[in-house]
Design a protein around this ligand. Structure first.
Ligand SMILES: Cc1cc2nc3c(=O)[nH]c(=O)nc-3n(C[C@H](O)[C@H](O)[C@H](O)COP(=O)(O)OP(=O)(O)OC[C@H]3O[C@@H](n4cnc5c(N)ncnc54)[C@H](O)[C@@H]3O)c2cc1C
Ligand code: SF4
Length: 490
C-alpha cells in the first residue's frame, strides 16, 4: 500500500511496532529460529479458556512476510464464488476474479514471482508468470514423474524469489520458509514494498511505533488521529486518511480498542462483526520417510498438487491443496510448541529428517461468527477459535498419506500446530456491499468511518485453501488506485 501510494503527492507516515530485522548469521540458523524463537513476537495471547499462548507472529518491518515460504498463489476463480463444502458454505466475495486479475499481474511483478502457467488444473485464467519456474531438484523431479504416473497433475509452486542463481540473487538455500533471508533475496514486503517506498521523499517510517487506538472527530464519522506509543512515549498523529494494516488479528483488536461514545462496541463496528469470522487454514505438515533413502535436496519447496482442490477422489466436496515444504531440520522436529522433546538426542532427529520429504496440506476454513478476536479488560488479545471443515481436512491428510505411500515411503508422519497456527489468519473485518453484514466496503474502506481503510488479511470473506498473501497484495494495489483516484477527484 505504501509503495503503491508513494508515487502520489501524499505525505505518508508508516507506523511499525517492530524494527528492521537485522541481517545476521542467525537469520539462517535453525536453532536460533526454531529453538530460541529469536524473531518470534514475545507477546502472549489468550485462548477461549483464558490460557496464554505464544502466537506464531513476527513484528517488524515487512511483518510476517519476512518469514514466509514465498508461495504466492492467486485464488482460484471459483474461490470468489459461493462454494459448498462438506461442513457448510464458503461465501461469495463482493468482487470476482476478473476484477482482481490485473492487480494479481502487478503483484506478481512487484514480488518477483516465478511459475509456469497452463499446468495446474485449477489455475484461473492468466498469462505467463513474470519469471520462469524454479526447476525441481532431481529428487523432487523424480517424485513429480511418479505423481504423474499416479494420474495426478503436479505443477510448479509460484515462488517469490529475487533473481535466483544470479550473483547477489537467491541461492535457493534450505532455510527459507520461516527464516528471514540473510541476503534480502526473498520477495517480501520489507524488500519489495517498504524500502522502495522509503526512497521517495514523501514517505517516512517510524519503527518501534505501536498504534494504540484511533480517535474520531465529534461526529464519529472521520478518524482524526492515531495514538502511538513510540519508544515508550505516547503521542498523537493526525492524518486525513488512515490505513490500518496490522494483520487480521491486530487490526481487529485496534478497532475494538478504539471504541467511543459514537462507537460503543468498537470503531466501525455497527455490524457487530469486528473481530468475528476469524479464519486460519487447517494445515498439517506431513513427512514421507524412507529409512534407506537419504534426501539430498536443498531447496525442496517447488511442487504443488491441486487435483483435490474442488473434489476428492472419493467425495464431491473440496478437500484442499498440497504443496512440498522446505527441508525440516532435526531441531525443528525436536521442538514442539514452546518446549523440546526430552529423551531423544538431536542426532536421532537429524538422521530421521535426513530421510524424509516434507509436505504441507491445507484445507479451507469456513467463516464462523463465534470464531473471533476480542480484547480482554486489560487490553490483551483473546482468540476464540474452533476450526471448521475438519472432515475435509482429515480426508485430505488420508489421501496425501495414500499418495506418499504409493511413492514408496515406508512411513508418513504428520504434525499440526492446530488451533494456535496463526500464520494464515484472515477474515476478521470482512468486506462486502451491505453494512449490516460486512465491516469494509469492496475497496476496504470501513462502512462507518469515511476516511478509515483496512488493508491486510482482514478483509477476506472466505479463506480459500491456497496461501493468502498474493491476494492481500493485489487488493492493496487495487485500494491504492482507488484512493489515488478519489484524491484526484477531490
Ligand atoms: C512462517 C510463515 C510462513 C508463511 N508462508 C506464506 C507463504 O508461503 N505464502 C503466503 O501467501 N503466506 C504465507 N504466510 C502468511 C503471510 O505471511 C501473511 O498472510 C501476510 O504476512 C499477512 O499480511 P498482513 O499485512 O495481513 O499482516 P502482517 O504481515 O502480519 O503485517 C502486519 C504488520 O503490522 C505491524 N503491526 C501490528 N500491529 C501493529 C500496531 N498496533 N501498530 C503498528 N504496527 C503494527 C506488524 O509488526 C507487521 O509489520 C506465512 C506466514 C508465516 C508466519
Ligand atoms: S536465498 Fe533464496 S531460498 Fe534462501 S532464504 Fe533467501 S530467498 Fe529464500
Amino acid at each position: 500500500m505504501a509503495r503503491a501510494l508513494s508515487d502520489s503527492s501524499a505525505r505518508i507516515l508508516i507506523l511499525e511496532r517492530g524494527d528492521f530485522v537485522p541481517q545476521e548469521d542467525d537469520n539462517w540458523n535453525p536453532a536460533s529460529v526454531w529453538r530460541d524463537l529469536r524473531y518470534r513476537a514475545t507477546e502472549r495471547w489468550l485462548d477461549e479458556h483464558d490460557r496464554e499462548f505464544q502466537p506464531y507472529m513476527h513484528y517488524g518491518v515487512g511483518g510476517n512476510t519476512k518469514y514466509w515460504g514465498s508461495v504466492l498463489y492467486r485464488l482460484r476463480r471459483e474461490d470468489f464464488q459461493a462454494l459448498e463444502h462438506v461442513d457448510g458454505m464458503s461465501p461469495a466475495w463482493p468482487i470476482d476474479y476478473d476484477t482482481l486479475a490485473p492487480y494479481y499481474d502487478r503483484a506478481e511483478a512487484l514480488y518477483h514471482v516465478h511459475g509456469q502457467h497452463g499446468v495446474d488444473p485449477t489455475e484461473p485464467p492468466r498469462g505467463p508468470f513474470p519469471h520462469p519456474p524454479i526447476p525441481h531438484a532431481p529428487a523432487v523431479a523424480a517424485i513429480v514423474d511418479r505423481l504423474r504416473a499416479q494420474g495426478l497433475h503436479p505443477s510448479h509452486l509460484p515462488l517469490a524469489l529475487i533473481q535466483p542463481g544470479t550473483p547477489g540473487g537467491c541461492v535457493l538455500c534450505s532455510t527459507c520458509n520461516s527464516y528471514p533471508c540473510r541476503i534480502h533475496a526473498k520477495g517480501e514486503a520489507d524488500v519489495c514494498g517498504v524500502r522502495p517506498a522509503l526512497e521517495r521523499p514523501n514517505v517516512t517510517l517510524w519503527t518501534n511505533a505501536r498504534a494504540r487506538r484511533l480517535f474520531t472527530d465529534p461526529s464519529g464519522k472521520r478518524v482524526e488521529a492515531v495514538e502511538v506509543e513510540r519508544d515508550g512515549r505516547v503521542e498523537r498523529v493526525a492524518a486525513p486518511i488512515v490505513i490500518v494494516s496490522c494483520g487480521a488479528v491486530n487490526s481487529a483488536a485496534l478497532l475494538l480498542r478504539s471504541g467511543s461514545d459514537k462507537h460503543p462496541s468498537g470503531l466501525a463496528n455497527s455490524s457487530g462483526l469486528v473481530g468475528r469470522r476469524y479464519m486460519a487454514h487447517l494445515a498439517t505438515m506431513m513427512e514421507g520417510f524412507h529409512p534407506f533413502r537419504v534426501n539430498d535436496t536443498v531447496f525442496q519447496k517447488t511442487v504443488a498438487i491441486n487435483d483435490y482442490y474442488f473434489r476428492g477422489p472419493n467425495s464431491d466436496y473440496p478437500l484442499g491443496h498440497i504443496q512440498s515444504q522446505g527441508r525440516t531440520f532435526g531441531i525443528m522436529a525436536k521442538v514442539v510448541g514452546d518446549h523440546m522433546i526430552p529423551g531423544i538426542p538431536l542426532w536421532a532427529y537429524n538422521a530421521w529428517v535426513a530421510r524424509g520429504v516434507d509436505w504441507l496440506v491445507m484445507s479451507e476454513d469456513l467463516p464462523d461468527p463465534d470464531n473471533r478476536v476480542t480484547v480482554s479488560n486489560d487490553g490483551r488479545i483473546r482468540l476464540n477459535y474452533r476450526p471448521s471443515n475438519v472432515r475435509a481436512h482429515e480426508q485430505l491428510v488420508r489421501e496425501t498419506t495414500r499418495i506418499l505411500k504409493q511413492l514408496g515411503f515406508w512411513k508418513v508422519m504428520t504434525h499440526s500446530h492446530g488451533n494456535r497456527n496463526t500464520t494464515h489468519q484472515c477474515g476478521t473485518l470482512c468486506f462486502g456491499t451491505d453494512p449490516a453484514t460486512s465491516v469494509l466496503d469492496p475497496f476496504c474502506r470501513t462502512h462507518d468511518v469515511e476516511n478509515l481503510f483496512v488493508v491486510d488479511a482482514s478483509f477476506f470473506p472466505s479463506s480459500a485453501a491456497v496461501n493468502p498473501a498474493l491476494t492481500i497484495i493485489a487488493q492493496a494495489l487495487r485500494v491504492a488506485d482507488h484512493v489515488k483516484q478519489a484524491w484526484a477527484r477531490a
